[in-house]
Design a protein around this ligand. Structure first.
Ligand code: ATP
Length: 601
């Protein structure tokens, strides 16, 4: 299936599920066949643009039924308008986290119950929200999008103080009418605890009822649990293995963030406790991965990415592993996840960091891999510049450039090779997320690519926004990952490697990050080529010829037009042909000699 076919299928299933939620919808027969034909739709109430559903308008059709799955619309990622107004639909409100393009939502005049979904606060282009005349209860989430101009939650059972955001305060009291327990501006009711409520609370606390006893017992139980977790955590921290982590000086260079994120680790342990299963990847049969041991071992947070967080953990054997806790996945069945993971296990290359195993349960999706001892390329390149820095020599950088190019070419070969044994039609191999923090370095600074080919696991809109740190011009426009957008990313990585400049997406404050792919053309055009090289590789001696050659390759990879960019295979040939700098090797030998003379003296 092409990516477009996948979108079509996903959207078709979402709409079919919606149809099935209603008993005898008048459009039952009409909603059959393909939902979109380019910019039109034969399905009543639907509008399409470029074969994607952009509007679902089903108001006043006498629809009745329960919407049970809050993510029922998650696959309609291009949806801008949703109106189910004036029907008899019940159930709780949908989760709109994946419908980031919604501008108009109208669920008014139905029988929805439960709280207003907090996912609405994430919709940055929302202009109109009508939820009036339902039975929504609980408090109003702190909506504060400046785009929101029309808002109505009147005649529900909402309660508590209206959050004091600029947006919510901008609507008159009419928007909030008919919610007797709602208070604060702009309603005319001030939020004070009434005498009656006050007495009720007093009564509740003083006169033990079954409910109050249960609540108090619950609180005690929670405290006991928290205490035993604390004791357990302390204990495991004191283990010898913990000492090993602390004693290993490389640990600090390996992490993006040295802060320990223990609370979420404990949180994770509680989640997976019930289904202790790690599935081993093909090729990892010799491994033994016991999730229980893995999660009970001492851990430290390595950092938080766009799709989850990584933890380093030390097994009893002394082997360090990394657990990546995935977040924001698209709704996936266990089978789909398995299928994708198993197809990834076919990929084996000395410069690809393998996933050793994974865990899938409703609550958690974890990927497990070996810990790369020298951390990631981003830290190696930019870390410790103020002092305490391990020099990153030109020859080592060149080796990194070669390794990454080989791994990328391998991934691309697997995408296009017709005889490959990846018969999973959903399989997409372009790396899709190449950036310096996704290039890990082992003991010898050998580069190991990680986070490859994960794009299909995430909702397309999210993947488009978060992946591809070095976004190519066409990727910015079409929001699609391709082999050629990977080539652009590789070019940007080369520029970062040669110049030591921060890319725009991850520049620290005051770090002068630039859009590397475009900047390098400007730099060469304006003839400051000699000044672009990182002082660490060009300062001491004359700039090596190889550096110019690598710069030329970077320029070709960063051609604005994808057709003009080389294939990764050609890139490998050219990068591999660059010879290391002999002068630097001599310098290294001199340094080693000087060191050994000074120690023998
Ligand atoms: N196997 C590993 N060995 C050593 N460090 C790792 C390993 N896996 C991940 N890391 C590091 O952990 C940190 C968090 O990784 P994570 O993949 O969650 O985020 P990211 O790479 O910054 O962003 P993204 O989610 O877009 O990939 C990064 O600094 C990454 O380099």
């Amino acid at each position: 299936d092409s990516e477009e076919d996948r979108y079509l299928k996903d959207e078709y299933y979402a709409l079919t599920a919606l149809k099935q939620a209603f008993s005898n919808p008048p459009f039952a027969a009409n909603w059959s066949g393909k939902q979109c034909s380019v910019n039109s739709s034969s399905w009543s109430g639907l509008q399409c643009i470029n074969n994607r559903v952009v509007s679902v308008s089903l108001s006043g059709l006498g629809l009745s039924g329960l919407i049970g799955d809050p993510l029922i619309l998650a696959n309609l990622t291009e949806l801008t308008l949703l109106s189910l107004k004036n029907n008899s639909i019940y159930g709780t409100m949908m989760n709109f986290s994946y419908n980031q393009k919604l501008t108009i939502i109208d669920l008014s005049l139905n029988s929805f119950t439960g709280p207003i979904s907090t996912s609405l606060t994430t919709l940055n282009v929302l202009q109109s929200l009508h939820l009036n005349r339902n039975q929504f209860n609980g408090s109003i989430p702190p909506l504060n999008q400046s785009t929101l101009k029309s808002f109505d939650v009147s005649f529900n059972s909402l309660s508590g103080e209206i959050p004091s955001t600029v947006t919510l305060r901008s609507f008159g009291p009419r928007a909030y009418f008919g919610n007797p327990d709602l208070c604060g501006v702009p309603t005319f009711k001030t939020c004070v605890i009434s005498e009656e409520k006050h007495n009720k609370i007093k009564e509740f606390l003083l006169k033990p009822s079954l409910i109050s006893i249960l609540i108090i017992l619950d609180i005690i139980l929670l405290l006991v649990q928290a205490y035993s977790l604390y004791v357990f955590y302390k204990k495991s921290h004191n283990k010898d293995q913990r000492q090993k982590i602390n004693d290993n000086p490389k640990t600090t260079t390996a992490t993006t963030s040295t802060t320990t994120n223990t609370s979420s680790y404990i949180d994770m342990m509680m989640h997976v406790d019930r289904q202790m299963k790690v599935t081993l990847m093909n090729g990892s049969e010799g491994e033994s991965l016991d999730l229980k041991e893995l999660l009970q071992s001492p851990a430290e947070g390595l950092g938080k990415g766009n799709f989850g967080s990584c933890y380093k953990t030390m097994m009893d054997s002394g082997r360090p592993l990394v657990v990546k806790r995935l977040r924001n996945l698209r709704p996936l069945s266990h089978e789909e996840f398995n299928k994708h993971m198993q197809s990834l296990s076919v990929l084996q290359h000395p410069n690809l960091h393998p996933i050793l195993g994974y865990h899938f349960s409703n609550e958690e999706k974890l990927l497990i891999s070996a810990f790369a001892t020298n951390g990631n390329l981003f830290n190696r390149l930019h870390g410790g510049r103020g002092g305490n820095r391990r020099t990153f020599q030109w020859n080592t950088r060149l080796e990194v450039a070669k390794g990454v190019a080989k791994a990328m070419a391998y991934l691309h070969k697997m995408t296009t090779n017709e005889n490959n044994n990846l018969n999973d039609t959903n399989f997409i191999i372009p790396h899709g997320n190449l950036k310096a923090s996704n290039v890990l370095l082992d003991d010898n600074d050998t580069p190991l690519l990680t986070d490859y080919a994960l794009t299909p696991l995430f909702p397309p809109s999210l993947a488009a926004n978060f992946m591809l740190a070095y976004k190519s011009p066409e990727q910015l426009r079409w929001r699609k990952v391709s082999n050629k957008s990977d080539v652009w990313s590789y070019g940007c990585l080369l520029v970062e490697l040669i110049t030591g400049k921060f890319p725009k997406y991850s520049s620290p404050e005051g770090g002068n990050g630039v859009d590397l792919g475009n900047w390098i053309h400007k730099a060469v055009r304006e003839e400051w080529t000699n000044e672009v090289f990182d002082m660490e590789i060009s300062g001491k001696r004359k700039t090596d010829k190889g550096m110019y050659m690598l710069l030329q390759i970077a320029l070709r990879c960063c051609e604005r037009s994808p057709e003009k960019r080389p294939e990764m295979e050609e890139v490998v040939e050219e990068v591999v042909a660059i010879k290391p700098c002999m002068a630097e090797e001599d310098e290294d030998e001199d340094e080693v000699e000087a060191e050994s003379t000074s120690t023998s003296n």
